[in-house]
Design a protein around this ligand. Structure first.
Ligand code: NAP
Length: 248
């Protein structure tokens, strides 16, 4: 009998969990434990790290996991690498549910960079109002360019002091184009730093930047080893051997 492990924490993982529950596939949903009040899932849920590759391989064996679905965020690269290695070690099939990255549309002014440090380097020296649309664990390097006024947006209020003075918005997406336009106009944002997450949930800020002709410093996704990867919940259900009521 199948018993799936969903490595979650994304909107796509929630859609998958709903479909898996509807299909009565036995499964466990795993959160990394980064947000204080993660959304409820219609599946048994566990929260927190497994303890690296060996911890995850042990968990897979102990819990009788037959299929692992990596539905984590495209920038959660450590978890994804661990899943590849642990599944190889345990001999368990792995598939990734991952949206395609965004691609540039006419009117976009993107400066594409490889990582956060390159994003810091790509900021101009002259003071500017910068919207840092990246996770809080990645903001520290921007302390080296303190001349800018940074706006940050988090799901939970920061618990520890930030590494530099910043205006903080506490809000959980998804955000509409109108809301992003209002936010950027109200704060006089001149430049955006974003990660190429892909998907619809986070793209309103990119559409707003285009509408306002603002440059976006776009951080590319981390490179991962080859793995089986699909973009839809329906394909995951097929892989699990189930029909789905969702469109592809
Ligand atoms: P990460 O850097 O790749 O992972 C660091 C460690 O956190 C992993 O080695 C693992 O610990 C633990 N972990 C991560 N995701 C886990 C999960 N779903 N279940 C159990 N343990 C997990 O990950 P991250 O970027 O901090 O992201 C953490 C979570 O937030 C993920 O679930 C991700 O989908 C979600 N999220 C991330 C982003 C983002 O921008 N990165 C955005 C939206 C949502 P052990 O080594 O101890 O197993």
């Amino acid at each position: 009998m199948n018993r799936a492990l969903i490595l979650g924490g994304t909107a796509d993982a929630s859609l998958l969990a709903a479909e898996i529950a509807r299909a009565h596939v036995e499964a466990v949903y795993s959160y990394g434990g980064r947000t204080r009040a993660p959304s409820d899932q219609p599946l048994p849920t566990r929260i927190g790290g497994f303890g690296g590759v060996s911890g995850l391989a042990d968990y897979i064996r102990r819990e009788g996991i037959t299929h692992v679905i990596d539905a984590t965020h495209p920038f959660a690269a450590e978890m994804s690498r661990n899943a590849i290695e642990a599944c190889a070690e345990a001999g368990t099939p792995l598939i990734a549910l991952e949206r395609a990255p965004w691609t540039k549309a006419p009117g976009d002014n993107w400066i594409e960079v490889a990582d956060v440090n390159a994003a810091v380097a790509a900021l101009p020296d002259a003071p500017a109002k910068v919207f840092l649309a990246i996770g809080r664990q990645h903001i520290a390097p921007f302390a080296s360019k303190p001349q800018h006024t940074y706006t940050l947006r988090f799901v939970d209020p920061p618990e520890a002091p930030l590494p530099f003075a910043a205006e903080v918005i506490v809000s959980r997406g998804p955000f509409t184009l109108e809301a992003e336009l209002d936010m950027m106009r109200m704060r006089g944002i001149a430049r955006i730093v974003a990660r190429n997450s892909g998907g619809d949930g986070a793209r309103a800020k990119i559409d707003a930047a285009r509408a306002l002709s603002l440059p976006v410093i776009m951080i590319s996704r981390p490179k991962l080893p080859e793995r089986l990867r699909v973009e839809s919940v329906a394909e995951i259900m097929q892989w699990l051997g189930h029909r789905t009521c969702l469109g592809a």
